[in-house]
Design a protein around this ligand. Sequence first.
Ligand SMILES: [Cu+2]
Length: 316
Amino acid sequence: MSAAADAPAVPDATGSPAGPSHGRRIFLIWLPLALIADLLLWFVLGPHVPPGAMSSSASVQQFAIKVMAVMAAPVMLFVLVYFGYALIVWRQRAGDEEDGPALHGNSRVQATWITTTTVIVLSLFIFGTVALIQSSGAGAGEGPSPIWKPGGTPLQVQVIGQQWRFTYRYPQFGGFETTQLVLPAGQWVEFNVTSLDVIHSFWAYQLGVKADANPGVNNIAYTKPNHTGPVTVRCAELCGLWHGAMFDYGRVVSTTAFRAWAAATRVQLAPVTAILPPYATTYDPTVVPTINKAMAKSGIGGANGYYYPPQDPVQP
Ligand SMILES: [Cu+2]
């Protein structure tokens, strides 16, 4: 077979008049697939994307993941459709003894590719920055002096990590400390996260809040619960032998129920609050001798550290 006789049988990859318009064909295969994928991602999978929509920060995270999925799916599908098309249409067939046409650059394809990816990346950059500002840190720990703060006076909840549990102090309610995390719906919460011993991480899954709990550091994270319900709290930083057992369950309740709970707990825990170290943004468990003396005298605790006995889940 001569080269001239071969020519019509070999499709032209650039879609020149000699062959079918491959670019157009690929586009027409890709377009419906991309539309279907995006609609499924947004409307079917979207509402189930973690961490849900229980709080302002959780909603922002879910929305961000949905936006990124909807932007990424068409790009991935385009690559897959192109691969599939190339495999099927440009495969070697019986009788193809010679090379196909030489590869040439295609400035239109190059310009389109660079422009599209640049627009996608830059718009995601702007989207991400705005999302971070608008939601006051999007649920992440922002350190001791956050750049983004919600307006008004948020409810302050101090989260104290220690091997191996979290406790919660409520400085606006007399500074009582409890193992229960209770929050009101519809109000901004300011978590002040710290640790008494090693590094932990406060992860309130349904609230979309995750903040490192480091000894000597006050790490602040904001969120606003949208509705009532249970919250799972896990330690998200390997912190020793019983790290895996360091979890508890909090709850978001109505404002009325929260006020009633806080007032009752304040009274109930008053004798314990009286011998706690005064509320502070961080604590040094090695420098509380008077507290320990008081604890020993009251029969609650012993000699060493902020807490006694040591909190070990294997002990009764
Ligand atoms: Cu931990």
